[in-house]
Design a protein around this ligand. Structure first.
Ligand SMILES: Cc1ncc(COP(=O)(O)O)c(C=O)c1O
Length: 384
């Protein structure tokens, strides 16, 4: 067991469970390979450790948001292909090529700039074309009212580019409602239409990918070359209350824990924390915990009856979450004392505390809660 005696707040990550989660993804997507999403430090799980676990599980392709994240992987010795999902500023094209990254082409104009730069430096830049079938974030539009196939084709013809793949992205693959399913199915049709048109024009599109985690859960095997899960290999979805079309058996890999720094009895009528939102109706035993919103426990989750677990007892957080501390009402559990470990996310005796509960209390999704976990938390790998 890792010694946590000197720690105030930490995450415990079960990297070994990634192999299990990858296997669950594979059951859904058939022969489609996995492109592991590692952006935002793998949503707070540790990009390097996740990359190593994914590689061990046979994942041979990674994606990150930006150059700095890619460079972190390269510096750690990861030689796999790495796709940069966001636009790299033209002023950093030298580093893009230096790091042997694959750049997402966010527009034809951008593709031309990258091609010109590479040509001028006697090289070719690796790239994937992003096709915007309805997200309207980045990519060359190919949607009703804006089928810009000529631009997609032109990107493949740029002399300074080595276009190795093509992809699109779903905005509502998480929603099983009729309209959202129609929208997503239409996106798939549009993407396949682009692929057919490229084929008819004698252009090899390279590797094709479109599914994020919900695309995998709800649309399963689309016959693409790769799928792009982030959340799923971490063992969670965006929101456990949202119904999904499959029933995989994922293991959440992250636990979040802290310590009880003191326990006191607060008299009847007194209040707890900033804003005085929690008033003790009778004398209450209040435990102070060494974790706050600067650690990533969202302040919006304050005063929402969010439960945590200490010594196998579920107790509510009370009062406003502060920057570095928060309080739980432990009345009735006399054995809870200073130095106890409090489980915010994870398993504690019979209790399973989920990130979903925190996200719900904070009116957000797990993607945000996890990626906002701060660097101040010590990260430890769970022992066997
Ligand atoms: C383009 C792209 N693909 C895949 C993903 C992975 O999403 P998820 O974690 O839901 O699988 C993201 C993350 O937001 C993304 O932006």
């Amino acid at each position: 067991m890792t010694d946590t005696s000197k720690l105030r707040a930490w995450t415990e990550i079960d990297y070994q469970a990634i192999a299990h989660n990858v296997a669950e993804v594979r059951k859904l997507v058939g022969n489609t390979k996995i492109l592991g999403i590692l952006k935002a430090d793998a949503y707070g799980h540790g990009a390097l450790e996740c990359a190593a676990a994914l590689a061990d599980a046979g994942v041979d392709f990674f994606a990150v948001a930006c150059l700095a994240e890619g460079q972190q992987l390269r510096a750690a010795g990861f030689h796999q292909p790495i796709l940069l999902l966001g636009a790299t500023p033209p002023a950093a094209f030298d580093e893009l090529i230096e790091g042997d990254f694959i750049q997402t082409l966010v527009s034809l104009e951008y593709a031309r700039k990258l091609s010109d730069y590479a040509l001028a430096h006697g090289t070719k830049a690796k790239a994937h074309v992003k096709v915007d079938t309805g997200m309207n974030r980045v990519g060359i539009q190919y949607q009703d009212g804006a089928r810009r196939y000529d631009q997609i084709k032109a990107a493949y013809g740029l002399p300074g580019l080595d276009v190795q793949g093509i992809f699109s992205h779903f905005p509502v693959s998480d929603d099983l409602g009729f309209d959202s399913r129609e929208f997503t199915r239409h996106q798939i049709r549009l993407f396949k239409e682009v692929l057919d048109r490229l084929k008819n024009d004698g252009i090899d599109p390279g590797v094709r990918h479109i599914q994020n985690s919900y695309g995998i859960l709800n649309y399963k095997d689309l016959g693409m070359d790769y799928c792009r899960p982030g959340l799923l290999y971490m063992g969670v979805t965006s929101d456990d209350q949202v119904p999904i079309a499959s029933a995989p058996d994922f293991i959440p890999i992250l636990s979040l824990k802290t310590k009880v720094s003191m326990v006191k009895t607060v008299p009847a009528g007194a209040t707890v924390s900033y804003g005085r939102h929690y008033k003790c109706d009778q004398p209450r035993r209040i435990a102070s915990l060494s974790i706050g919103y600067a650690d990533g426990l969202p302040r919006l989750a304050s005063n929402q009856n969010l439960m945590i677990s200490i010594r196998g007892h579920k107790v509510p957080l009370v009062g406003n979450i502060c920057m570095d501390q928060c309080m739980a009402d432990v009345t009735g559990f006399d054995e809870i004392e200073e130095g106890d470990i409090a489980t915010i996310i994870g398993v504690d005796g019979p209790n399973v505390m989920t990130v979903d509960a925190i996200s719900r209390a904070a009116k957000t999704i797990n993607n945000e809660t996890l990626s906002a976990l701060s660097k101040r938390l010590t990260r430890i790998a769970k022992d066997e």
